[in-house]
Write a protein that binds this ligand. Structure first.
Ligand code: GLN
Length: 542
């Protein structure tokens, strides 16, 4: 099933292998027919994770990067749409002249090539298969895995199957039947799992392990309990204690499993401080996130993880109050009264923007620490123009056909010395500013203090920009300080307010670069400001 944690499991295995000194690469194959998830609704599919190279990908890549700190690229993502696009292009070019194109071997060959590609550079490639065993879309992927296990042999492949054991409250027992059935289905397709990771509410005992081992034809030591964890960052240690890493050594015949017992210390080195802040934080702080996808938490997964990381950096537990921006404006303000920080995340279209603008006004007027991300920056500009300069029709071209477009569609800008351009007629998937962009930071500003640098790189995903060309004077009148600009000086990247203890917004998505053991500076200082309620540089106190 989706959401049982295949992504976190792949990421955890990656992290454990790194702890044992191996290099890893993590890839994912998603059987859906979209070319990428860029155009999918966050309500249904959760967040779109943006990689440094601009690839719009599944949120699991966020887990891979956060757990292992490796940088994933477009080469690590495969979807059925992507394969067919490639195969059909080859067909049109005549690469298959004479043959009819079939799922086996043409599609399965592409899948196998994807899994294998680039393996020379690393000790292990971990490849997650999206979807559920038995899905029609997933069949070619399982078939490719069957072929690959034959071609490479067991000594070079390990198939891990993540299953769910439902707990029946009435009879107080964990049921293994769904696991037995999904393994049978895999076996009927020629794939024998080597390891079964059992997701469940509670841990499983030896009896259940023995049963799964017998019915599913898997060594008992390779039946691993994967109970719910209080926090995802406790999972690497949990999997180590459950011997996942030991069994991987065993399977591949790697000698000398952790001879000096160093793994535990290394786990402590990497995850110990995080664990401490999870289990025994010294303080608690309450933050409101005002957005429109608040009912689907996965839609803001990187933002919520980055907020937790900001908490870890301050040894604090962060309680997040998810405020639906589409609600009544008075109700929104009422909810904001008892929080220490307000964050407005990214988003698309005008739905819920008035609620976000009301939240920004509230943060500005009441001097509550504020962090705006992407759309959050654009709305901060609109709010200031409307309420501080009196341009009542200030808006974004994304929301309306008329008004004062303080946020507009920009056609041209430079990236690394090369002119980039887009037109409004290009397809939706092609008009975004995507991936890494460099930004120059004005010395002496809050942004400078936060980043500790005058040049930074952040990931982007947006279509519209601040219209500084036409409204520079208005923005100055509104008290907006542009503390970060694109390197060609054309596009505003960071804004802040000098009359506020901590009011900062970025056109980029810093949440994608935050790590549990290295919180993104914007999140770390936002949480710090929320805890202290004062400003590190302007000296404005509440
Ligand atoms: N919708 C806005 C734009 O496209 C902001 C996007 C975002 O927040 N990621 O420019």
């Amino acid at each position: 099933m989706s959401s049982i944690g295949k992504g976190i499991t792949s990421a955890t295995i990656g992290s454990l292998l790194q702890i044992h000194g191996f290099s890893v690469r993590i890839k994912k194959m998603d059987p859906y027919i979209n070319v990428d998830p860029g155009t999918m609704s966050p309500y249904k599919h959760g967040e779109v994770f943006v990689m440094g190279d601009g690839c719009e990908s599944d949120l699991d890549f966020g887990h891979y990067e956060r757990f292992t700190d490796i940088k994933c690229t477009a080469e690590d993502v495969l979807t059925t749409g992507k394969i067919y696009q490639k195969v059909l292009k080859k067909e049109r070019l005549g690469d298959y002249l004479g043959s009819d194109i079939q799922v086996i071997p043409h599609i399965t060959d592409e899948i196998k090539a994807f899994i294998i590609d680039g393996h020379e550079d690393v000790d292990f490639t971990i490849c997650e298969v999206g979807g559920t065993v038995g899905d029609i879309e997933g069949l070619p992927y399982i078939e490719a895995i069957r072929q690959l296990t034959i071609e490479l042999g067991k000594s070079r492949t390990l198939c891990a199957h993540l299953t769910y054991l439902p707990y029946m409250k009435t009879s107080e027992e964990l049921k293994t039947k769904p696991t037995q059935h999904s393994v049978k289905q895999l076996q009927s397709m020629g794939v024998q799992p080597d390891m079964i990771l059992c997701r469940c509410e509670k841990s499983i005992d030896n009896e259940i392990k023995a049963k799964i081992s017998m019915f599913c034809n898997v060594k008992k030591e390779n039946v691993i309990a994967a109970p719910d964890a209080e926090n995802i960052y406790l999972i690497p240690k949990m999997y180590h204690l459950a011997s996942v890493d030991r069994q991987i050594y065993d399977h591949f015949g790697i000698p000398d499993y952790d001879p000096k017992g160093r793994a535990e210390n290394k786990i402590k080195e990497r995850w110990g401080a995080v664990e401490h802040s999870i289990v025994k934080p010294s303080k608690t702080v309450r933050i409101a996130v005002v957005g429109k996808y608040t009912r689907m938490k996965d839609a803001y997964i990187s933002v919520s993880q980055a907020i937790s990381h900001g908490g870890f950096a301050n040894d604090a537990k962060v309680d997040v109050d998810w405020v639906d921006s589409r609600g009544d404006l008075e109700e929104i303000k009422r909810r904001l009264k008892d929080v220490s920080g307000i964050l407005v995340p990214g988003g698309f279209d005008s739905n819920g923007t008035e609620g976000k603008i009301a939240a920004i006004k509230f943060a500005r007027e009441n001097k509550i620490p504020f962090l705006g991300i992407c759309l959050g920056l654009q709305l901060s500009v609109i709010e200031a123009c409307r309420n501080l300069v009196g341009i009542k029709n200030a808006t974004s071209r994304e929301f309306s056909d008329n008004g004062a477009f303080v946020i507009d569609f920009m056609q041209n800008w430079e990236k690394d010395g090369v002119l980039e351009s887009r037109t409004q007629l290009s397809g939706k998937g092609e008009t975004m500013r995507l991936g890494n962009y460099r930004c120059k930071i004005l010395p002496g500003t809050l942004a400078h203090k936060v980043y500790g640098s005058t040049e930074i790189t952040e990931r982007h995903r947006h279509r519209f920009e601040v219209n500084i060309k036409e409204y520079k004077e208005v923005f100055e009148k509104a008290g907006l300080l542009f503390s970060g600009m694109s390197v060609d000086g054309v596009l505003p990247e960071i804004i802040e307010r000098c009359d506020h203890p901590f009011f900062i917004a970025t056109q980029a998505h810093p949440e994608f670069k935050s790590r549990p053991f290295a919180a993104h500076p914007l999140f770390a200082s936002f949480i710090e400001a929320a805890i202290n309620r004062d400003c590190p540089i302007w000296g404005v106190k509440l």
